[in-house]
Design a protein. Structure first.
Length: 430
């Protein structure tokens, strides 16, 4: 049976899929969004720390994050909703990036200068003054907390980069719902609790999708924004043979602890392998930066991932945070959440067409792309408009001019066929 026809189907109603749906609807398309979960943002988006920061290892990564921040700061204007409803909010706290060999400060500031991101350079004295209670010791490289070397004294002191315009979004799931509501006002239709079981094609062109309940949705454009399930959807579509970048599901945990008094900014601490951000109710969220000493928890089936935090991961990440801020306690009971990331080999997402005409991907996004979601919607809508009109994006990559900052982003840097960069961070930092 046929459910409904569409000009475009988006598979996945997380913050990325909902943003794409909104921009496709704004371009005049009839959009259907399909998700196996029960509501927008109920997948990996709901476990996001929702940090808005700008330090990436490439110009295009920094330029994307800087432009996207302007969309978060004008969230109601970006959404253009016609009625009053709860909205996610961006909290401008600033972010502190502590020095580490994994993020050379001179390389970071060169990108900030090029893109126009404001920043301040702090030495250890400024760190003590601006973040009372911090231990600015240099402990590189990160070590397991069960290793005696973890508790060795520092080998020096750290400086930091401070970006005053960074911060966090207080409710990532609500942000996805806001985007879905805005898309819905333009006619986008959302189907929840519906699993995709086939991608229909005729020769080298997609023709729609089929759902587990037997419904078929004919469409000339399908966008894979399925998060940790994106690889499986590509296999259904028979695409991926020409990808030079792979994606894998990775289980990650984010923990919550009481915040010490006076703590306000986001802190990225690659020196110890952790990050922190404020959370409502006087708490901190504590996550990891994938240091080499922590084995990654790759999984085969995202549906089988345990959503509960583990005592070991909790103790590891919170102990590292407490080393940096000694007034942070390490509670006996693990509190937090676990989610499944959709991780590209180099931790840079894939926003691209594929060898199957009409089939596009926004994948490898988890962990560091929540902040970019509003702009990613515009990237995909622009890419789809041009490619469907005959543009050869593989041979002549689309360049997107940012409305607020004026930076030009080469969408070829997010190509499925890009070479793996030797200087990529290869961590969640991107």
């Amino acid at each position: 049976m046929t459910s409904r026809r569409a000009d475009a189907v988006v598979v996945g109603a997380g913050v990325i899929g909902a943003a794409i749906a909104l921009e496709l609807a704004r371009s005049g398309r009839q959009v259907v969004v399909v998700d196996k979960a029960g509501a927008a943002g109920h997948g990996s988006t709901s476990a996001s720390s929702a940090i808005i920061r700008f330090n990436y290892s490439t110009f295009d990564g920094v330029a994307t994050a800087w432009e996207a921040q302007h969309l978060w700061t004008s969230w109601p204007e970006h959404l253009r909703l016609t009625d009053r409803r709860p909205l996610a909010a961006f909290h401008r706290t600033g972010a502190v990036l502590l020095d580490s060999p994994a993020a050379d400060p001179s390389a970071v500031t060169a990108l900030f200068d090029r893109t126009g991101v404001p920043y301040e350079r702090w030495d250890a004295a400024a760190l003590r003054r601006r973040l009372p209670g911090i231990d600015p010791g240099r402990y590189w490289p990160p070590k397991p907390v069960d290793d005696d070397a973890f508790f060795a004294g520092p080998t020096g002191e750290l400086g930091a980069l401070f970006t005053p315009d960074a911060g966090y979004v207080d409710d990532p799931q609500l942000a996805a719902q806001n985007l879905a509501d805005a898309a819905g006002e333009l006619g986008a239709h959302f189907l929840f609790h519906r699993a995709v079981v086939a991608v229909d094609r005729r020769a080298d062109r997609v023709t729609g999708i089929r759902l587990a309940d037997g419904a078929r949705i004919p469409a000339p454009v399908v966008v894979n924004a399925a998060g940790p399930w994106s690889g499986a959807l590509n296999r259904l579509a028979g695409v991926g043979a020409d990808f030079t970048i792979g994606v894998r599901p990775l289980r990650e945990e984010v923990h919550q602890v009481p915040a010490p008094g006076g703590y306000t900014p986001v802190v990225a601490d690659l020196d110890l392998g952790t990050y922190l951000r404020p959370a409502p109710g006087g708490h901190l969220l504590v996550g990891g930066t994938e240091p080499a000493c922590d084995p990654p928890e790759w999984i085969d089936d995202p549906d089988a991932a345990d959503p509960r935090p583990t005592a070991h991961r909790f103790r590891t990440q919170v102990t590292r945070a407490a080393r940096r801020f000694p007034t942070i306690g390490v509670p006996n009971r693990a509190l937090g959440t676990a989610g499944v990331y959709d991780v590209a080999d180099d931790w840079t997402p894939i926003y691209d067409r594929t060898a199957l005409g009409g089939y596009y991907v926004a994948m490898g996004t988890s962990g560091n792309q929540f902040k970019n979601a509003p702009l990613v919607g515009r990237f995909l809508a622009t890419l789809i408009d041009l490619v469907e009109a005959g543009h050869d994006h593989d041979g002549d990559p689309v360049r997107y001019r940012c409305e607020h900052t004026g930076n030009v982003v080469d969408l070829g840097s997010f190509s499925r066929r890009r070479p793996a960069r030797a200087d990529s961070a290869r961590t969640v930092m991107g």
